[in-house]
Design a protein around this ligand. Structure first.
Ligand SMILES: Cc1cc2nc3c(=O)[nH]c(=O)nc-3n(C[C@H](O)[C@H](O)[C@H](O)COP(=O)(O)O)c2cc1C
Length: 379
């Protein structure tokens, strides 16, 4: 399965690599820069509230925003009411979705307290009822050939039919149950396939683990085994280097790999991980100038999609991720940090200040200091 494009029901992606939803980070601007780097088969919106979409709240509409380059696009819905989820899915299809995903893995209280996200792992009948109802609704709103052509993206292919449905799950809620071999994920994935879900993404952690510890490839492998090839399983968790995606496929038998935090620092990871699968080697990384251009491009896309204030807010919280790959080494191999660049961008009052800081960095300035890890990794 190494180097094989992923098939989602009737939809054939260009590669087997997917950009994960990361609430607050995987917006249209970020998806665009990942797509521009290459290798990305499918990108997902952050989790969307169907109620918000149906009411047309500004936040939900902004999160669901897409454009003709942002294809193919998966829209992820969360919630616990099958009927509302189905209406949300219809809305998403009517507003450009190529794939619909149901969030069954979010561990955040705000979501689980309302019985959505990974709380569904504790209520399998409800999880299946949602999948059944959403699948039924998608079957009632088939796309025309023209609509399909518009939302495929240049590299994807479609054999006709309705919008595919996927689900994103974790290994289970309880770590003790998982360790005892009683996790719900293998049975749930099998049952979801029976409901017409065309792929299941498995984040290889339990809800109790949140984002701690390491991803359990053995848990993903158990899900792969349980579905016996009926639908593809997409593995997810801790893919940070191009070789990690191939290693996950080898270790688990999954047919696709979803990458989240690895892409925040390395938006070209899809290109590299795909090339690694095809040739056993990754291309050389972008030059320092290209990395700086990529940051500028992100800022400008953010301005275009929203406004200067929001672009400033976003670059302020993301610069630590981008900066991870700007670190250089001196002649002795010692890392040269970029703390002054991060500080200059964090204190920028205008977009022009951001560009001026990047200019200074490009000219060899704003280097030094220690490297700090961004905090989103542990949220
Ligand atoms: C800040 C943050 C927000 C996230 N938001 C979502 C989300 O909206 N929907 C979802 O299914 N998963 C969400 N996730 C989980 C990721 O999609 C992914 O499963 C997880 O980060 C593991 O993959 P990674 O190691 O490649 O990041 C989020 C993760 C983080 C760290």
């Amino acid at each position: 399965m190494i180097g094989q494009p992923l098939q989602l029901g009737p939809l054939r992606l260009a590669t087997n690599l997917l950009l994960a939803p990361i609430a607050g980070y995987c917006d249209l601007a970020f998806r665009t820069i990942c797509r521009e780097q290459g290798g990305l088969g499918l990108a997902c919106t952050d989790l969307l509230s169907p109620q918000g979409l149906l009411r047309g709240t500004a936040t939900s509409l902004d999160l669901a925003r897409t454009d003709p380059f942002d294809k193919p696009i998966c829209m992820q819905l969360y919630g616990s009411d099958p009927e509302i989820m189905a209406q949300g899915a219809r809305w998403a299809v009517e507003h450009g979705a190529t794939v619909i995903d149901i969030n069954m893995g979010c561990p955040v209280d705000k979501v689980t307290k309302k019985d959505g996200g990974s709380k569904l792992l504790c209520d399998l009948p409800r999880a299946l009822a949602i999948a059944r109802r959403v699948r039924g609704e998608l079957d009632r709103c088939p796309l025309t050939q023209e609509q399909w052509a518009e939302r495929l993206g240049s590299a994807a292919r479609h054999g006709g039919g309705c919008v595919p449905l996927t689900c994103k799950i974790r290994l289970g809620w309880s770590t003790d149950e998982f360790e005892a071999g009683m996790a719900c994920s293998p049975g749930l994935a099998r049952a979801l396939a029976d409901e017409g879900v065309c792929a299941v993404t498995v984040h290889g952690r339990t809800t109790e683990m949140k984002f701690s510890g390491s991803v359990r490839l053995d848990g993903i492998a158990r899900v792969v085994e349980a579905v016996s090839g009926k639908v593809p399983i997409i593995g997810n968790g801790d893919v940070r280097q191009p070789a990690d995606a191939a290693a996950m496929i080898r270790a688990t038998g999954c047919r696709g790999v979803m990458i989240g935090r690895g892409a925040l620092s390395t938006p070209w990871i899809f290109r590299d991980a795909w090339q690694f699968q095809l040739t056993g080697r990754s291309p050389p990384p972008p030059s320092a100038e290209q990395k700086i251009e990529l940051i500028r491009r992100y800022v400008e896309l953010m301005r275009r999609n929203r406004d200067d204030r929001y672009a400033l807010f976003q670059i302020n919280r993301r610069i630590s991720w981008f900066a991870k790959r700007l670190i250089d080494h001196d002649d002795t191999g010692k890392p040269i940090g970029v703390k002054p660049l991060k500080e200059a961008i964090r204190s920028a009052a205008t977009i022009q200040d951001v560009h001026a800081a990047l200019d200074q960095f490009a000219a060899g300035g704003l280097r030094g200091g220690f490297f700090e890890l961004p905090d989103v990794a542990t949220t």
